[in-house]
Design a protein around this ligand. Structure first.
Ligand code: FMN
Length: 359
């Protein structure tokens, strides 16, 4: 459904959530090429690093003309730095500035950013106000429900941030203490929807299927949704959700060949943006996500986690195709015993290994 974010007209109310380490330019372009998403967000970027033109921060915001509408997520607590970073982003043509208020990572909380902002409404509101005053583009915020079950501060904070001029607020329906455990608390998101007067609330958390997206809309009353892990597990989720919400029909999953074609394209974009060596290294974990829907996969995973070059990728795919034949029937379909579980029952997605599990 078309969506108005401040003055910005978006083609859809289905957004790509920020995922540090994943929502880089190649991934955003893949999501846009498949279609269905109305707004894509970058990984979070440190405001001071951006103002100081640190090359790593600049790499995070690398974009292309076909990478719009684009939101850049900033974190930081020094209002002047956040303001200057927002102005810099506006002059670079970024469409939306998003403020991270819900990141449970120690490094971000330690100096008062991320979830720490959730304990201090005045400070958070002041930060948003000064940013809103500096730019014409929409300023949005992303938060969790609160610090823990005893401190569910999101409804009050959302109201304060609305008054400060934020154009929308994304709420991940978990507390900081909860990490990624349990399930998203839809009633908690609903309470935030009810607490604000006019700005849209974007519901976030555990949306891995079009049906889960519909449930999020229906049970929270949110105006838009944002999808994180469900998108790197299944980049078709926006297109399929948009179709389901308008027609009630669930599209079939992409075929093995369609997945391979998109995965190849993704690798090509990684190499264009990061160079062959670094791009291949970064692609290893991405390939594992695509592979989750391939059926038996050990032979592919064993090799792709050491991927070093584009020609090697083609070799891995050809060898894997040959190996995979033993699991196919006469119509080149996976024998039922080897087919991956239906997306409908894969309601929880394991978190990626490594430092990402801190998110
Ligand atoms: C690997 C990873 C990286 C994340 N990085 C960010 C980030 O940079 N900024 C942010 O606000 N949230 C970040 N999140 C949280 C997601 O945006 C989202 O709120 C959360 O994963 C719940 O939504 P989901 O169930 O659709 O993934 C991250 C989550 C994961 C799993």
């Amino acid at each position: 459904m078309p969506f108005l974010l401040g003055q910005l007209r978006l083609s859809s109310n289905l957004f790509l959530a920020p995922l540090a380490g994943y929502t880089n330019l190649p991934f955003r372009l893949i999501i846009r090429e498949i279609g269905g998403a109305g707004l894509c967000t970058t990984d979070l970027v440190n405001a001071r690093s951006l103002v100081e033109k640190n090359w790593k921060a600049l790499k995070f915001i690398e974009t292309r003309p076909n990478d719009h509408p684009l939101a850049v997520q900033l974190y930081g607590t020094v209002p002047e730095e956040m303001r200057d970073a927002a102005s810099a982003l506006e002059s670079l043509g970024v469409d939306v500035v998003d403020v991270n208020m819900g990141c449970p990572v120690r490094k971000v909380c330690r100096n008062g950013g991320g979830s720490a902002l959730m304990g201090d409404n005045d400070k958070a509101a002041h930060l948003v106000k000064i940013m809103v005053a500096a730019v014409k583009i929409p300023v949005t915020c992303k938060m969790r429900l609160g610090w823990d079950d005893a401190n569910v501060t999101a409804p009050d904070l959302a109201r304060a941030i609305e008054d400060a001029g934020a154009a929308a607020i994304t709420v991940h329906g978990r507390t900081r203490k909860q990490g990624f455990s349990g399930h998203v608390n839809l009633a908690g998101i609903r309470a935030v929807v009810q607490s604000v007067r006019r700005i849209p609330i974007v519901g976030n958390g555990d949306i891995v299927t079009p049906v889960a997206a519909k449930t999020m809309f229906e049970q929270t009353g949110c105006a838009a949704i944002s999808i994180g892990r469900g998108a790197f597990y299944n980049p078709w989720i926006f297109q399929h959700t948009a179709h389901y919400l308008t027609t009630g029909e669930l599209l079939p999953e992409p075929t093995f060949d369609e997945r391979l074609a998109v995965m190849r394209r993704h690798l090509d974009l990684m190499i264009e943006v990061f160079g062959e060596e670094h791009g291949c290294r970064k692609f290893r974990k991405v390939a594992l996500e695509y592979a989750k829907r391939f059926g038996p996969i050990s032979e592919f995973n064993r090799r792709v986690v050491k991927l070093k070059s584009r020609p090697e990728f083609d070799e891995i795919i050809e060898a894997y195709r040959m190996w995979r034949r033993q699991f196919l029937d006469g119509d080149a379909q996976l024998l039922p015993h080897y087919a991956p579980r239906s997306l409908e029952v894969a309601s929880t997605i394991p978190l990626p290994q490594g430092p990402n599990e801190l998110w």
